[in-house]
Design a protein around this ligand. Structure first.
Ligand code: HEM
Length: 519
């Protein structure tokens, strides 16, 4: 665009200068002079038009679209993706086309990337050119002002607040609360067959809700739990907004959630700020900071001021629901996988138990419960968790959308195309993780190559809850491995997606008290 206008103005100024000089010369034949003028202008104009055209062609056509097939009109390759194992869908195309390939899913042209460098470009170095993108029906359910739908200044401001609530210095005070949930929950499983995923969802919800709201009345919590359950059902259903459908019920539940959260906000506003008030307290305090901002002159262009002032009750609600949503199924899925991997690798289960026994004897001597520092003294268990997150790759990929025509590794990605960094493909590349199909925590004895390990994403939208998720895993493993054993019921191996990958049927297991024969 700029080179076009530059060439145009350059050629028109030449035209003007020629015209001026010819009219200034008193002795030349005016016809001869005009002819010469027309020929010269024609020549120069054509030359610069040609140059501009060449430049345009170079810019737009030289950069090819990535290789790959766009499949059938509209349907694209959707049926192939949904009828095959998604891993084979990605790996077949990666083998055929390389680390960057195009496809078409549900009418959306997409570019899939499985090179760590390209993923870094999209998520980190050129993140401003790739905005997060979600179906509007899902955005409406979670709340359109939630942090993960945002970009730019509003996103940075919210992200700082969310991160403040989930950084180690904040969550270290929640260890005993998390432990209490586990201590209450685990013994109720004794000698029963449980659906691991469902139980882990209950655990992950309780921790997420406490982190979001801090301490709230049990009645309020029960109401939120019930409404959230309905919302979740609708989220995973077809988004048909007609009376009676799951989506319609979920939208109704979402409105009720707003009302319930408003009541809690009103009460919190009149109470004095307290420690352990969760993300809600942090968001409310940011609002009081924002009013003092508004009365002071700003020299930062006013953007920061404007963004902070606009944090309304519904923005607070969207972000509380958003955080619970982001924390819930992801963590439950990771918890389910770690039980599966330890069940299948009894030598690793034994090694984790041994490490936890060391912690237990220390706690017994000091007559206290788990602390944050104890969770930092579990290197083997932590490696098991790292390997669980690699192997299960809970978020197989994420979505971005090019905000304008972008060049990526020599290819052109047109504006509006979706771009999907494939975390799972990178985590399962033999190049970065030898024998990727093997569950081998020892591979994390040395740090992975930069940008090859992204269970919590990378860059501006990376997960603020990673430390909380790992804490939940560590606390559960401490209590479970010390006192219990679990046996998978049924022999159906495999993965189901709902929406995150989990072992088939949510991993039904029989829980029994641990006998000393094992150790
Ligand atoms: C094992 C559990 C978890 C996994 C695997 C996970 C994974 C991820 C990933 C990969 C992203 C980046 C998505 C993207 O780039 O598009 C993300 C974002 C996010 N996660 Fe998590 N997460 C987990 C647990 C949690 C928890 C416990 C919280 C609670 C605070 C949380 C809150 C969020 C939020 C708010 C975002 C959006 C951040 C932003 O857009 O700036 N996650 N998560």
């Amino acid at each position: 665009m700029s080179s076009n206008s530059f060439s145009f103005s350059f050629s028109s100024s030449l035209f003007l200068s020629k015209f001026t000089s010819s009219t200034m010369h008193p002795l030349t034949n005016p016809f001869q002079d005009s002819l010469l003028f027309i020929i010269t202008s024609f020549f120069f104009t054509s030359f610069f038009l040609l140059l501009t055209l060449l430049q345009w062609c170079h810019h737009h056509n030289h950069k090819k679209l990535p290789p790959g097939s766009m499949g059938w009109p509209y349907l694209g390759e959707t049926l192939k993706l949904y009828t095959q194992n998604p891993n084979s869908f990605f790996s077949n195309r990666q083998n055929r086309y390389g680390d960057i390939f195009k496809t078409n899913i549900l009418g959306c042209p997409c570019v899939m990337i499985s090179s760590p460098e390209a993923a870094r470009t999209v998520l980190v170095t050129q993140a401003h050119l790739f905005k997060p993108t979600y179906p509007p029906s899902k955005e409406r359910l979670i709340g359109p002002e939630a942090v993960f739908f945002q970009q730019g200044a509003y996103h940075s401001m919210l992200k700082r607040l969310v991160q403040a609530s989930f950084m180690p210095s904040t969550i270290k005070h929640s260890v005993s609360q998390v432990e209490q949930i586990v201590i209450k929950m685990v013994p109720s499983w004794t000698n029963k067959t449980i659906n691991t995923l469902q139980e882990m969802k209950k655990y992950a919800f309780e921790v997420a809700a406490i982190s979001a709201f801090g301490e709230i009345k049990e009645l309020e919590m029960e109401e939120i739990r019930e409404l959230y359950r309905c919302l979740e059902k609708g989220y995973n259903s077809y988004p048909l907004h007609l009376p009676g459908t799951s989506y319609w019920k979920a939208m109704k539940a979402r409105k009720h959630l707003n009302k319930s959260i408003r009541k809690i906000i009103e009460r919190r506003k009149v109470e004095s700020p307290k420690q352990g008030g969760g993300l809600l307290e942090v968001l409310l305090q940011a609002r009081s900071t924002s009013s003092s901002f508004s009365s002071s002159p700003s020299n930062d262009g006013g953007e920061k001021k404007k963004v902070l002032i606009e944090l309304s009750d519904s923005q607070v609600a969207d972000n509380l629901i958003g955080v619970i949503f982001a924390a819930h199924d992801t963590t439950a899925s990771a918890l389910t996988w770690v039980l599966k991997y330890l069940h299948d690798n009894s030598n690793l289960l034994e090694a984790v138990t041994k490490e936890q026994e060391g912690i237990k004897s220390k706690l017994a001597m000091e007559n206290r419960g788990l602390s944050w520092d104890d969770t930092r003294q579990m290197p083997f268990t932590s490696r098991v968790i790292q390997e669980t997150l690699r192997s299960a790759s809970i978020l197989s990929f994420t979505f971005r959308e090019a905000v304008r025509d972008v060049e990526l590794e020599g290819y052109r990605i047109p504006k509006g195309w979706k771009v999907l960094p494939l975390f799972r493909s990178i985590h399962h590349s033999a190049h970065f993780f030898p024998h990727p199909e093997k569950f081998d925590p020892s591979r994390f004895e040395v740090p992975p190559r930069p940008n090859t390990y992204m269970p919590f994403g990378n860059g501006v939208h990376s997960c603020p809850g990673s430390e909380l998720a790992k804490l939940e895993l560590l606390v559960l493993l401490h209590h479970l491995t010390l006192s219990y054993r679990w046996e998978v019921v049924g022999n159906e191996d495999g993965i189901q997606y709902g929406p995150f990958p989990v072992p088939k049927h949510g991993l039904p297991v029989k829980i029994t008290p641990r006998t000393k024969i094992f150790t």
